[in-house]
Design a protein around this ligand. Structure first.
Ligand SMILES: *Cc1c(COP(=O)(O)O)cnc(C)c1O
Length: 405
């Protein structure tokens, strides 16, 4: 693989920041976009832009075709059984809220258990807290061990028949832990629990097959996998989607409306009220084409090499504490704490050397408390990053040690 050539598909990466070549290590927050996606968006706005599904004119027909073709691509990309199992959302957060407000409200009663883990993003925690408050359900979590993996003994005691829903993150955005999703979904299924997998950090980084994983719901965000912001996906097994009431009411989701009541379309349109992010959906389709041309296995291997190389090199920095699995099986990020500097100061220092990282709680406050750190600094990678950039990061971390002590 010619990763340097692939990197040149990303125009934004070719710039200087504070007199240094930009080193973008914040892809876990949002990825950069290749020219193929940017061009697809301009072409759509220059040639085909119109609202979908509602008109008989040519532009609308073209926009609708491109929109529905993207739904097909997404279904294939994650191994769904049908295009109708793909619901377009604004992102992972909206997908989770949709499930909480439809399936959750319909199925949870006082005393039922919602099980999460101690490493959830706030997006996969707060919607369940709200649901628990509304329904009287009880929220429990699987603890995280010191090495950043889930406490597997606790899983077996917590995953009982009281658990109606088990929602957990596939790849942790704060630790890099890759959870054994297939095994966990099988355990949940054995006690009759419905599963929701938060794929915000796994989609676009590894091959995904929802049927092989065995999850009931899967969410991800386009902007973390080369697509525009504002577009995401909720996958749901048709058997469940069919039973779920709508969440948002409005245009596009109805069959028939009187002043008193309405009937609704079947999934997925039942859950897509109003004008969707048409350009976003088409851009997501272009991102999938782009990623598949590189190959998800290749991306996964490159992620793995980068993160393992980074852990190996960063370990040598004096006073560093790296969170999450030490080696081997980890996602494309390294979160760490340097004893001499607050994460915010360190991130500013790195920025003045052209390195873009993120410092803080990364939307996982309970996890920061668990590891007794005020926050961490996170270097996150994607396939456009290089070994040279990791060397540069280590150089700047060593300079930071001198600067702050
Ligand atoms: C980014 C992220 C989310 C939220 O995604 P949005 O695009 O902000 O909706 C949820 N879970 C994880 C693990 C994330 O990394």
């Amino acid at each position: 693989m010619d990763w340097h050539r692939i990197r040149s598909d990303f125009p934004i990466l070719d710039q200087q920041v504070h007199g240094h070549p930009l080193v973008y290590l914040d892809s876990a927050a949002s990825s950069q976009k290749p020219r193929a996606v940017i061009n697809t968006l301009s072409r759509y706005y220059e040639r085909d832009n119109a609202n979908v599904h509602r008109a008989l004119h040519d532009l609308s027909a073209r926009a609708t075709d491109a929109f529905e073709a993207a739904r097909k691509k997404v279904a294939r990309f994650i191994g769904a059984a049908s295009d109708d199992e793909i619901i377009f959302t604004r992102g992972s957060t909206e997908g989770i809220n949709l499930v909480a407000n439809t399936w959750g409200t319909q199925n949870l009663r006082a005393g039922d258990v919602i099980l999460v883990t101690g490493m959830e993003h706030h997006s996969n925690l707060v919607p369940w807290q709200l649901l628990a408050q509304r329904t009287g359900a009880i929220l429990k979590h699987i603890p995280v061990l010191d090495d950043g993996t889930l406490d597997s003994a606790a899983i077996d005691t917590l995953l009982t028949e009281q658990v109606k829903l088990f929602a957990f993150v596939h790849v942790s955005n704060s630790l890099g832990t890759i959870n054994p999703a297939r095994e966990l979904c099988a355990k949940a299924k054995a006690v009759g629990a419905v599963t929701l997998l938060d794929g915000a950090q796994s989609a676009g980084h590894m091959p995904i097959n929802v049927r092989d994983l065995g999850c009931d719901f899967f969410v991800f965000s386009g902007h973390k996998m080369c697509a525009p912001t504002g577009i995401g996906v909720l996958y749901g097994r048709m058997e469940l989607l069919e039973t779920m009431p709508p969440w948002h009411g409005g245009g596009e989701m109805i069959l028939n409306v009187t002043l008193e009541a309405s009937t609704y379309k079947p999934p997925p349109h039942r859950f897509e009220a109003g004008t969707p992010d048409i350009a976003g959906v088409i851009g997501l389709g272009a991102a999938i084409d782009y990623l598949e041309a590189i190959g998800l296995e290749n991306i996964q291997r490159h992620d793995h090499n980068l993160s393992n190389y980074a852990v190996q090199q960063m370990r040598e920095v004096p006073g560093i504490r790296i969170l999450g699995p030490d080696f081997g099986h980890r996602g494309a990020l390294v979160a760490f704490h340097l004893d001499c500097a607050h994460p915010h100061d360190l991130v500013e220092f790195a920025n003045s050397h052209g390195i873009a990282m993120r410092g803080g709680h990364h939307c996982t406050q309970p996890l920061m408390k668990r590891f007794k750190v005020p926050g961490t600094t996170r270097a996150s990678f994607y396939f456009y990053n290089t070994i040279e950039e990791i060397n540069r990061l280590v150089e700047v971390l060593l300079a930071a040690r001198k600067f702050f002590t």
